[in-house]
Design a protein. Structure first.
Length: 144
């Protein structure tokens, strides 16, 4: 199924195939093939794949490449990558300028993802009692 999704250009399909090859889940474990599929997904904008590439590069000792992947993932709004960049800055692996640019890009990405349609479900999750009260009040008055 993941093969078919990947053939159709699905970023999630590429990511799932990469993870399967990395872990040897249903296929023979093959890191090079995993990296290939992670790259396809990352090029398309899949931030989890980008973060996974960073992890693979870090494990292979390629700190500079790993940091670049983490910066890109964080710039796309990926929280975990931003945390890694923050730790890298504290340890002296990331420059102050790169950290500041990444923070700005992260914030811009998060701001772009905000919308009225996304905020309403978040409000329901954060304030279920308030929403229930509003629904019951509208039922009593006949207004929606």
């Amino acid at each position: 199924m993941f093969n078919q999704a990947a053939k159709l250009g699905s970023l999630d399909g590429y990511f799932c195939l990469a993870s399967a090859y990395r872990l040897g889940d249903g296929v023979e474990k093959d890191i090079e093939t995993a990296i290939y599929y992670y790259k396809l997904a990352a090029i398309g904008g899949h931030e989890y794949a980008r973060n996974s590439l960073a992890i693979v590069e870090a494990k292979n000792g390629n700190k500079d490449r790993a940091i670049k992947h983490y910066i890109i993932a964080a710039s796309c709004g990926f929280d975990d990558a931003l945390k890694v960049i923050g730790e890298g800055y504290k340890r002296g692996h990331v420059t102050k300028d790169d950290y500041a640019k990444t923070l700005r890009a992260y914030q811009q990405s998060c701001d772009e993802m905000k919308s009225e349609q996304r905020l309403k479900p978040q409000e329901v999750r954060d304030n279920p009692g308030k929403v229930r009260h509003a629904v019951l009040s509208s039922m009593r008055t006949g207004k929606s």
